[in-house]
Design a binder for this molecule. Structure first.
Ligand code: PEP
Length: 257
């Protein structure tokens, strides 16, 4: 099954001024311009999305947002409409990141609503799932993943799920420097495909891209991306350094050669 790997750079609440954003993107663009076998996404803070769009237009890097609200418009002070995101050239949106779940108390039900809205307006969702360290240590990883898949993807059609990217991000590996081993990640990616086979069918499950996320660095990217069921990665810390990000992108590109 040929799935195009996808690398997403999640800048989180960093590089949110025009100067920093410009510096990063203008040095990244020429270094990845020959990469055609990997989808490349940069998700900067909202403050520079439109600015980033102008810099990225015509390049092979697509624009992503880090969050959105599920309503399209109205009295929701401080929230961001997915329609506005689409209107300024955003193609992808990260939903259910563990920082949104843990710090901002987003529930699977809320993420499900956001997911349905994103799909409705053709914004491509990257949905994050993953377990906490205590849950892994108690042997509950698969239960947590199954629950999140059932709740987050509730009532989705086959067409919907085929447009969705899943990011398996064990929370204990995010920003901690502790990476899941390629074998640990692959085991959960296979499990996710089994769940999707039960919910939809094998052809569908085999077509969906599942990224890994959690302290991906240049020195571990190749081993992760060489696993059959890992289709690239969602990268936080290492996406803030152009040279690291380029090495990670190159590892994903090599994994399909
Ligand atoms: C993330 O924020 O999705 C992430 C994986 O971060 P990091 O690469 O820093 O662990």
């Amino acid at each position: 099954m040929l799935r195009k790997p996808i690398i997403g750079g999640n800048w989180k609440m960093n590089r949110g001024t025009p100067e920093k954003c410009k510096e990063m993107l203008e040095s990244l663009i020429p270094l990845v311009e020959g990469i055609n076998d990997v989808d490349l996404i940069i998700a900067p803070p909202f403050t520079v999305l439109i600015y980033a769009y102008k810099i990225l237009k015509g390049t092979n890097i697509m624009l992503g947002a880090q969050n959105m609200y599920f309503e399209e418009k109205g009295a929701y002070t401080g929230e961001i409409s997915p329609i506005f995101l689409k209107g300024i050239g955003v193609e992808y949106v990260i939903l259910g990141h563990s920082e949104r779940r843990d710090i901002f108390k987003e529930t699977d039900a809320l993420i499900n609503k956001k997911l349905k809205t994103a799909l409705n307006i053709n914004l491509k969702p990257i949905v994050c799932i993953g377990e906490h360290l205590e849950e892994r240590e108690l042997g509950k990883t698969k239960d947590i993943i199954e629950f999140q898949i059932n709740e987050t993807f509730k009532d989705l059609t086959k067409e919907d799920i085929l447009k969705t990217v899943i990011a398996y991000e064990p929370i204990w590996a995010i920003g901690t420097g502790k990476t899941a081993t390629p074998e640990q990640a692959e085991e959960i990616h296979i499990f996710i495909r089994e769940l999707l086979t039960e919910k939809f069918d094998k052809g569908t499950a085999d077509s969906i891209r599942i990224q890994y996320g959690g302290s991906i660095k240049p020195n571990n990217a190749e081993d992760l991306f060489n696993k059959e069921n890992i289709d690239g990665g969602l990268v936080g810390g290492a996406s803030l350094q152009v040279d690291s990000l380029v090495q990670i992108i190159t590892a994903a590109d090599n994994s399909v050669k």
